[in-house]
Design a protein around this ligand. Structure first.
Ligand SMILES: [Zn+2]
Ligand SMILES: [Zn+2]
Length: 413
């Protein structure tokens, strides 16, 4: 990017196509499609990429696609956008409201898709002019909300050969024109656990002749979270919280089965990997002490997104270069989940927050609310930011040594 007026080139590019991109976003917004049903969306993206001379390849299940820009021996940088909508009714009164009852783009994935499309079109121009020192792989991923679309991309070899990967997400708490960055974990893990206990049952007069199942279940409910708090680094914030418990039908009979269900949330990747085995060990020891049988069903959600520091430095350089000094602001780790974390288990990369709030606006609908909307100038900001990030990562990848960062990274909060 050095020695070139990338900012000016992006200004010229966007002057010619920003309105078309906004129209594209509004079209997707009016026709939201849920996870793994994004056929129309996939077709729209493919049509635009093909018209620009690119060769998109639709994923095996028929929704989502991958497209590479550039050629040659340089590094390969991946940019990922998610394309699916949510089963949430649109509550906005705008000309581009959802036309699909019960579904809308309440998570802003229409915006992410449009930004990646705009970035693709700009990078295609760069490649044609011989200005792309490597390859950029564009991943239009289906089914983030399920989640599972990232696993579909991984299973189809979507990030093989990729050196670094980047993504972003709308953030209505950040002013448009700014991006939120953070080194380390930026989203969290959330899994589901179900415990089933069983015993012979019997009369409450004689608990010593059977297994006191309700008492044992109560011990499991309190001892598992307590045990975890002493066996796991407290900084990981691993928490097991029960949401449903059920056993018995009458006051004077010890039941023969019972169930407890809850969630496991975690900020740290290592603790997340260790959680199922640890919970199982604690469960077996408590259940064994009271003579009941216990079974655990553990359903994995997504891992936390853990941002690599070099990749965050690249995001910061890109923001400083094309959005201006002070455009990158610190952001906090969210307790929400994001399936981008699956990619970062294989390749380094980083995930950024994209400001979508109109400065001074009092309308603060959160994502996943039916009233969520964005200041559409965030599309231009996102294209500038992602295009500059890809070019920065390609140039940095070309450098024989790590070298000096272009901007000081100060994102402590
Ligand atoms: Zn979402
Ligand atoms: Zn989302």
């Amino acid at each position: 990017m050095r020695g070139r007026n990338l900012r000016g080139e992006l200004d010229t590019f966007l002057a010619g196509c920003e309105q078309a991109l906004i129209d594209f976003r509004r079209d997707l917004h009016m026709h939201p499609e849920l996870a793994f049903a994004e056929y129309r969306t996939t077709q729209r993206i493919a049509d635009r990429l093909t018209a620009a001379g690119l060769v998109p390849s639709v994923l095996p299940r028929g929704t989502g696609l991958i497209c590479e820009v550039g050629s040659g021996d340089g590094p390969t940088v991946a940019l990922r956008a998610d394309i699916d909508a949510l089963p949430v009714p649109d509550e906005k009164d705008v000309s581009y409201s959802s036309t699909v009852p019960g579904a809308c783009h309440a998570c802003g994935h229409d915006v992410h898709t449009t930004i990646l499309l705009g970035t693709a079109l700009f990078l295609a121009q760069q490649a044609e002019a011989g200005l792309l020192p490597g390859r950029v792989r564009l991943i239009f991923q289906p089914a983030e909300e399920l989640p599972g679309g990232a696993l579909e991309v991984l299973a189809s070899g979507g990030i093989s050969g990729v050196d670094r990967i980047f993504g972003l997400h709308c953030d209505p708490r950040v002013d448009v024109g700014k991006v939120g960055l953070k080194v380390g974990p930026i989203t969290s893990a959330c899994d589901k656990v179900a415990i089933r206990v069983s015993g012979p049952g019997g009369h409450t007069a004689r608990p010593h002749l059977t297994a006191d199942l309700v008492f044992a279940l109560a011990k499991i409910l309190t001892e598992l979270p307590a045990g975890l708090s002493r066996r796991v680094d407290p900084r990981s914030s691993l928490s097991l919280v029960w949401g449903r418990v059920e056993a018995g039908s009458v006051a004077n009979a010890i039941p023969d089965d019972g169930v407890a269900e809850g969630t496991v949330r975690c900020l740290d990747e290592e603790a997340w990997h260790a959680a199922p085995d640890l919970i199982k060990t604690l469960l077996e020891s408590v259940a064994g002490a009271y003579g009941v049988e216990a079974r655990m069903d553990y359903v994995r959600g997504v891992p936390p997104v853990v941002n690599d520091d070099v990749s965050v430095q690249m995001l910061a350089e890109a923001a400083a270069g094309v959005l201006g000094e002070g455009s990158a602001v610190p952001t906090q780790q969210s307790l929400g989940g994001e399936d981008f974390g699956w990619y970062l288990e294989s390749v380094p990369g980083a995930f950024a927050r994209l400001g979508t709030r109109q400065p001074g606006s009092l309308h603060l609908a959160d994502i996943h609310q039916g009233t969520f909307d964005v200041d559409e100038t965030c599309i231009g900001t996102g294209v500038r930011f992602l295009a500059a990030t890809a070019l920065t990562a390609l140039w940095e990848g070309q450098r024989p040594s790590a070298g000096e960062p272009l901007v000081a990274l100060n994102l402590d909060n």
